[in-house]
Structure formats: structure tokens, C-alpha cells
Design a protein around this ligand. Structure first.
Ligand code: KG4
Ligand code: ZN
Length: 331
């Protein structure tokens, strides 16, 4: 079974090709340079960049790398939610056109489930499980009954975790995206500055990061940018403490033996190390994707599609249709 996965929900165009649970190609065109001058993602520029790159990524890079031909593809999976409207439309339109021309079904995929699903290729997966997506646009807990059955149980009430890294990075003049730069700078410090972490209430498993962002802003206003590594370390620790604390609460509320992490922020080795400590202590099996599969990519979409198809779901998703009003309906 060959599955093509298409990702274009935000600022990365991704094409992944999966053959019988093996990733044959996973090409990603990032738009970091395009958006970095603005300090954040400009949606219209993102859609245009997806448009100009998606063909080449598929035909000249991913297909070539996989050694396959278009006619070898059996199914297409495409991110259809959540994300930027224009960006999603580029991927969905491309998938629908390709599916139509090849005569194969196209499955709509939830981007957040796909971030978790990259872990499903690792042996030892068991359910029920909990999953946490920490990305540029989301910080979401899921209770996962099986490969395709996800229930949202907690989320951020304001900024996403990665978004907070990016906003802090901008205040610290570290460029965009802020996450990798903050992790790098934090390594030079020994965590002297403390920032507050919002825990909301005694039992909540929702997140709030906007207060932390404001504290960093006031700190910089008062003290300037003389000790960037210390600010980064304090900031990273505050975010990590919130993530770990809420995870502790989540596993108490939903006692499971498996935990999946996913999303771009899961590249952060400081955060991953703290999660490993927690799960070792609680004797919970912890899955985190390899670094290159944490950021948005097409392989994760193909993997989620594989489990949808293999999952013997009663009602398979309908092939995508792009609705238009043909001229003759006007008469
Ligand atoms: O999952 P992703 O590619 O995009 C969304 O689905 O939103 O994640 C991108 C986010 C950015 O906010 C970026 O700053 C963050 O992942 N990120 C990191 C690191 N690498 C990427 N955050 C913290 N530490 C990192 N090493
Ligand atoms: Zn993502």
C-alpha cells in the first residue's frame, strides 16, 4: 500500500510517501526565510509560497526520492484542519486534483492527530494512551482510545507553546522561529532568572502562556537585553514546568501506561529530558518522534492516513470534492 501525505497547513510545504509503513520520501520546503523579516507568519505569503512549491516538491523531489511513479500511489492523505485557510486550500486542492486524475481516494487528515501518529511506527504502541501536541499553533492534550480515536481533553486558553517561544524570541531579538534559538541560548546559562508559570486552578489541565510572555516583556523593559541566555533559560524552564505539571495532572486524571509527545516544540531536548524523568518515575512508556519528524511534514500525514485505512473504520472518509457552480446552473 503506497500513501502520499500532503501537508500545507501553515508555513511548511511537506510531501511524504509511505509504502507499507516505511517512509520512502519526506521532503519539506520551509518558509522560515520568507516570514522571518516580519517576525511571524504572514498568511497570504504562506499560501502563495505553497502554490509555487508544491508541484516541484511532489514531482521532482519526493517521487524521485521514492523511486516510484505517480501510478504506484494507492491513496492520498491531506491535512484539511486545523490551519491557515489559504494554506490548507492549496494542499487540499492539489490533493483533490491529483486524486481525481489518478482515480484514487483522498482522505482528510487532522494535523494534530498526525503530529501524534508519527509515533505509531515505533514498536510497542499500546492503548489507551495520552498525547500532547506542542507546536507553533497548538498545545493540546488528547485521550487516545486507538489509532484513530482521539478526544481533546485539554488545551491552551491563549497562546500556544511554540507561539510563546516565537514571541519571546522576537522580544529577545533572536529572529524567527524563536524556539531553536532560545534552546541554544539557554544552554549558556544556569537558570538564574525565574518567571511565573500559570497553573490556572488546582486541577486544570488547560494551559495559559500569555502571562509568561508578558513577564518576559516587563523583564526586558526593566533590565534590557544584557543577559539573553539567562532570560532564555528562565523562560524555557517556566514553559517546561507548566508542561510537566499539567502532564502530571493529566496522567492522574486519566491513568494510562502510554504517552505520546508531538509537534515542533518536541524538538527541544531540555523539554524532552524533563518528560523522560517524569515518565521513568511513573513507569509510563514515553514516545517522542525523531527530531526530523517533529516539525510539520508530509510523512506524518501519510502515517495517519495509513492507520485510518488500516483501522477497519466502519465508514471510510469520503473522497474529497471541490464544489464549484458550473456556468450552466445560471440559466
Ligand atoms: O509543529 P510545527 O512545525 O508547527 C505547527 O504546527 O504550528 O512547530 C513549529 C514551532 C515553532 O513555534 C518553533 O519555534 C517551535 O516549533 N520549535 C521549537 C524548537 N524547534 C522548533 N520550540 C522550542 N525548542 C525548539 N528546539
Ligand atoms: Zn504542526
Amino acid at each position: 500500500m503506497v500513501i502520499l501525505g500532503i501537508e500545507s497547513s501553515c508555513d511548511e510545504t511537506g510531501i511524504g510517501i509511505l509504502k507499507n509503513k516505511k517512509i520512502l520520501a519526506n521532503t519539506v520546503a520551509t518558509q522560515e526565510d520568507l516570514h522571518s523579516v516580519y517576525g511571524g507568519i504572514v498568511p497570504e505569503l504562506a499560501s502563495r509560497a505553497h502554490c509555487s512549491k508544491i508541484d516541484n516538491l511532489f514531482i521532482n523531489l519526493a517521487l524521485k526520492k521514492s523511486g516510484l511513479k505517480q501510478k504506484n500511489i494507492d491513496f492520498i492523505g491531506v491535512t484539511s484542519e486545523p490551519g491557515l485557510k489559504g494554506s490548507l486550500l492549496v494542499g487540499v486542492s492539489f490533493a483533490a486534483g491529483l486524486g481525481y486524475s489518478l482515480g484514487i481516494p483522498v482522505y482528510k487528515i487532522n494535523h494534530l492527530y498526525a503530529h501524534i501518529a508519527v509515533n505509531f511506527l515505533t514498536p510497542g504502541v499500546k492503548f489507551p494512551a495520552l498525547g500532547l501536541v506542542i507546536s507553533g499553533g497548538h498545545t493540546s492534550f488528547f485521550y487516545i482510545r486507538d489509532y484513530t480515536n482521539f478526544t481533546l481533553i485539554g488545551k491552551t486558553l491563549d497562546d500556544a507553546c511554540g507561539e510563546t517561544f516565537d514571541k519571546a524570541g522576537r522580544m529577545l531579538q533572536l529572529g524567527f522561529p524563536g524556539g531553536p534559538a532560545i534552546e541554544r541560548e539557554a544552554k549558556k546559562s544556569n537558570e538564574k532568572i525565574k518567571f511565573p508559570v500559570a497553573l490556572i486552578s488546582k486541577s486544570s489541565i488547560d494551559f495559559s502562556f500569555s502571562g509568561l510572555k508578558t513577564s518576559v516583556m516587563y523583564y526586558i523593559k526593566k533590565n534590557g537585553l544584557n543577559n539573553v541566555p539567562d532570560i532564555c533559560a528562565g523562560f524555557q524552564k517556566a514553559i517546561t514546568d507548566a508542561l510537566v505539571k499539567k502532564t502530571e495532572r493529566a496522567i492522574k486524571k486519566y491513568p494510562v501506561k502510554t504517552f505520546f509527545l508531538g509537534g515542533g516544540v518536541a524538538q527541544n531536548q531540555y523539554i524532552v529530558a524533563k518528560f523522560k524523568l517524569l515518565f521513568n518515575e511513573k513507569k509510563i512508556k514515553f514516545f517522542v518522534p525523531p527530531k526530523k519528524l517533529c516539525l510539520d511534514n508530509g510523512a506524518m500525514v501519510a502515517i495517519m492516513t495509513y492507520f485510518l485505512i488500516a483501522g477497519k473504520i466502519k465508514k471510510p472518509p469520503q473522497p474529497l470534492r471541490i464544489e464549484v457552480q458550473p456556468t450552466k446552473s445560471m440559466y
